[in-house]
Write a protein that binds this ligand. Structure first.
Ligand code: PEP
Ligand code: MG
Length: 546
């Protein structure tokens, strides 16, 4: 048995087999090949394996997300058969006597460059597709096959780190737990694990991947951060017992379904849920959330190989609103950039991406993208109770520009006689210290605030949320953060706005009483935490002096 320790970021226990997730864009080396015929045969085999995998992904996507979204995988299968593409690979192998991986990588670069230089936006977007299929061929050539193809069993995904775009690509039904050598507790892998109700352990250490192999038996304890590889019988026994106790506790919480979020002295609060995809609505309903406090709409962009169209977005928003049957649904506009990178946005590499070109900054510089999303949102608004929220606000003038664009979109829809609700609440994320400090100026302009403690923490404490080396400096209960939240609450209420918290801190039940005392109106948490927070609220008595 080998034991590792990292940081547990979602408390649950999983037992199963290891599947190592390898990055697909590893650097490809140029190697001299004596037997070029053998290299060409390797390409053919890898291409056939890729086609088979894509076919499976297409079938799955067709069932889960419908034909429009699945189509891209069909295009990928066709691209695999493209004569020019395949001739180029063979030519490079023949003329340069090089390995198959190198020939595929060079062809991918050449084709991607050719597509990018075309005038037509549709053709430009094919650059990302050709890279995608080439990465898949290379992964099949090198044996770095993505976990979805490894087995039909559920797996413990072990990785160096996982980018949001990688986690969305995973077949979630086959994931038992996430373990990463690096990463941080506020990373989107951690958030995803909470949404999926599976354990996650991060920061296990540099040597972790070198010491494990695919298929190893493993136990992940998301409470303590312990990982046991090929555990002995005594450990298995102990962990089975712990798993049972945890499940019993979670079962007890089920009894809180249908009960009010009310303190012992009668103070009420809303408990909503955070989601990243239409697929999460089931979890929201099962856990009895009162609404959706944060729909991270950027995942629609991350899941797509190209800008999602107005129609695609409209149908996703409509589905969420209809499923929630008039309960509040707050959809946050695009928050791309920083840790959430999407190829087709072609964002430049930045020295400090968290402080760079992201979220509302992209929307204001590229209003065509913003307007497409707003049109889809306004059109969908007639199907439920919509709130629209804007991320990464730092100034009054930004908010003025946003509200002006919203008005333009409404006028355009009116001119086209397209219906939208006149009951949409507009709000902003308070996730920069600047926004909290000028919350007295911002509050009169909106209906609500929602505090994004993940970013507010990183910006207030100057601690990059992606950097696992500085976790010890991240004091999520830091007085500065709590003061900024309280200041925002006072200012919101002074100007008739309501205030919620949608960052991960909202689920920290050691702070529930503090938040209630500050007058926070809503806590929005991963669906799996709704009942836990309800339990904490119902045990709180605000008449007792602290
Ligand atoms: C936050 O910053 O707290 C937040 C909710 O947004 P995200 O985690 O998506 O950046
Ligand atoms: Mg944020």
């Amino acid at each position: 048995m080998i034991q590792f320790i990292g940081k547990g970021v979602y408390g649950a226990i999983a037992m199963g087999n290891v599947s190592i997730f390898k990055k697909q864009d590893t650097v490809v080396k140029r190697v001299h090949a004596e037997d070029t015929e053998a290299e060409k045969k390797r390409v053919i085999a890898a291409r056939e394996a890729s086609a088979q995998q894509l076919k499976e992904i297409y079938d799955k996507a067709l069932k889960e997300v419908g034909e429009t979204h699945a189509q891209i995988f069909d295009i990928h299968i066709m691209m695999l058969d493209d004569d020019d593409y395949n001739e180029s690979i063979e030519n490079i192998i023949d003329t340069q006597s090089v390995n198959a991986e190198y020939a595929v990588a060079v062809t991918a670069d050449n084709f991607a460059q050719m597509f990018s230089s075309m005038d037509d936006a549709y053709m430009q977007a094919r650059a990302a597709d050709v890279k995608d299929i080439s990465n898949r061929i290379i992964a099949n050539l090198t044996g770095a096959i993505s976990p979805e193809t490894l087995s039909n069993d559920k797996m413990i995904i072990c990785a160096d780190d996982l980018a949001p775009s990688e986690t969305v690509a995973l077949d979630k039904e086959k994931v038992l737990a996430f373990v990463t050598a690096h990463g941080s507790s506020n990373s989107h892998t951690a958030i995803l694990a909470r949404n999926m109700n599976i354990p996650a352990v991060i920061g296990v250490g540099d040597d972790f991947l070198a010491k494990i192999k695919n298929g190893d038996e493993a136990i992940v304890d998301g409470f303590t951060g312990e990982i046991f590889i090929n555990p002995d019988d005594a450990t298995k026994e102990k962990m089975l017992q712990k798993q049972k106790e945890d499940e019993d506790k979670k079962r007890l919480l089920q009894e809180l379904k249908g009960k009010e979020n009310v303190t012992l002295d009668g103070t009420k609060i809303n408990i909503f849920a955070n989601i990243g995809s239409v697929d999460n609505i089931g979890a929201v309903l099962v856990n009895d959330a009162g609404g959706i406090g944060l729909f991270r709409s950027e995942f629609l962009y991350l899941e797509n190989a190209d800008y999602p169209t107005e129609e695609q977005q409209f149908s996703a928003y409509k589905k969420v609103l209809e499923s929630m049957a008039n309960k509040k649904v707050i959809i946050r506009t695009l928050d791309i950039g920083a840790d959430k990178q999407v190829d087709y946005f072609k964002l430049k590499k930045e020295e400090n991406p968290a402080l760079g070109y992201r979220a509302i900054r992209i929307c204001l510089k590229r209003p065509e993208i913003f307007k497409t999303q707003l049109r889809a949102l306004y059109r969908a608004s007639v199907f439920g109770n919509l709130g629209i929220m804007f991320p990464m606000i730092t100034s009054v003038s930004e908010l003025e520009k946003i509200l002006e664009i919203c008005n333009i979109v409404k006028l355009e829809l009116q001119a086209q006689k397209i219906e939208y609700s006149d009951n949409i609440e507009l709000g902003i994320m308070i996730e920069t210290p600047a926004a909290a400090i000028i919350s007295d100026r911002l509050a009169p302009m909106v209906d609500f605030f929602s505090v994004g403690t993940n970013d507010l923490t990183q910006y207030t404490l100057a601690c990059d949320r992606q950097n696992s080396d500085i976790e010890e400096f991240v004091d999520t209960h830091h007085e500065a953060i709590l003061r900024l939240i309280e200041m925002s609450a006072v200012n919101a209420h002074k100007h008739g706005a309501w205030i919620g918290i949608c960052g991960e801190l909202a689920a920290d039940t050691t702070l529930t009483e503090n938040f209630l005392r500050m007058g926070i109106d809503e806590l929005s948490v991963s669906p799996t935490f709704v009942l836990k927070v309800r339990d904490a609220v119902r045990k709180t008595d605000l008449t007792k002096t602290k």
